[in-house]
Ligand binder design. Structure first.
Ligand SMILES: [Zn+2]
Length: 331
């Protein structure tokens, strides 16, 4: 028998934690016969397809990063291979490119190069740009340029260098991404973080169904793409807040860096649908996607590992449920 990799060990532990919780919640909701009784099953939180433990070894249940790996996320839970790779292509790639463009525009020094065209007196040179400590570095890529145009570009630069006059220089960075798809990547990550913290009981609420449907239909807008944005927030900020104030904004607010994603709330209040939430937020929405006024509530510890807080017995509305204990809420 071969030695199990640490990746397999981790995924097995995620399976062994999540499967009994799924069974417990399915029984509580009266849908227990959905799962075969002779072995444990874990459902992909995105598509709700249930898989047995062998799916971990087969690589069908995969490590999912929250937020997406391309925007600096870390492995947090299991999703199915299909959902994981589809999201990478349909959503996360867009969030990654958008972040690179944002970083560049803000002058953040990174080792990434971006495709760009540089102009001297309007004469183009195609290549790449990179933000360095000393400023922007432009590199021409010969095979992307007509040799005559490239020669004219450098001749114009040389002429400026010899005359000592500051060149008439500009450049355009070519980053292509779909803003909606980039936003769905962040919304999907928030959904998964809320699942990891709160559990199956949270995502089995009817109001969560449109989010899963949206992930299956990247070309159709089913869920509003509203995301709060606070440019002053640290990119490493991770927070889950069960919002109780203002009263009409009761929801689950997930902070991922500068982004705040607002998801439906939890019992005992009736959770708002995604459309109702966006309606409510339109009353508080300021310029530049910042919120006017403060939101407050109970903070849930950011899950380093799925914690399934709402799933743990006794049932969530019971006074002794862990969600009602202050121990769960560090602040
Ligand atoms: Zn799936």
């Amino acid at each position: 028998m071969g030695k199990r990799s640490t990746s397999t060990e981790k995924r097995l532990r995620w399976f062994d934690d999540g499967a009994p919780m799924l069974r417990l919640v399915a029984n509580r909701l009266g849908i227990g016969d959905w799962l075969p009784i002779h072995e444990e099953y874990y459902a992909c939180p995105c598509c709700l397809m249930a898989y047995n433990r062998a799916a971990v070894f087969a690589g069908v249940l995969t490590e999912e990063h929250v937020p997406a790996a391309v925007v600096g996320g870390r492995g947090l839970l299991l999703t199915c291979k299909n959902c994981n790779s589809n999201a990478g292509r349909d959503f996360d790639a867009h969030a990654g490119t958008r972040l690179q463009a944002d970083d560049f525009a803000r002058g953040k020094v990174t080792d990434r190069t971006l495709p760009a065209t540089s102009y001297v007196d309007g004469i183009p040179l195609r290549g790449t740009v990179r933000m360095t400590r000393d400023g922007i570095q432009m590199f021409g890529v010969p095979k992307q340029n007509d040799p005559k145009t490239m020669a004219a570009h450098f001749a114009a630069l040389d002429a400026y260098a010899q005359s000592g006059i500051t060149p008439n220089h500009s450049f355009t960075v070519h980053t292509r991404y779909d803003e909606k798809r980039a936003r769905y990547s962040w919304i999907r990550s928030a959904y998964l973080a809320a699942f990891a913290a709160l559990g199956w009981s949270y995502i089995f609420q009817d109001v969560m169904e449109p989010y899963r449907e949206q992930l299956k239909q990247p070309d159709t807008q089913l869920v509003p793409t509203y995301i709060g944005n606070d440019r002053s927030a640290s990119s490493s900020l991770r927070r889950i807040l069960l919002v109780t104030e203002p009263d009409d904004l009761r929801c689950v607010a997930v902070n991922l860096g500068t982004h705040t994603i607002f998801l439906p709330g939890i019992p005992p209040w009736r959770p708002q649908t995604c459309d109702e939430l966006v309606q409510a937020f339109s009353r508080y929405r300021g310029d530049d996607e910042r919120l006017n006024g403060e939101i407050s509530g109970k903070e849930v510890s950011w899950p380093r590992w799925p914690t399934y807080l709402l799933d743990r017995p006794p049932a969530p509305n019971h006074p002794e449920h862990p969600m009602n204990s202050d121990r769960c809420f560090p602040r």
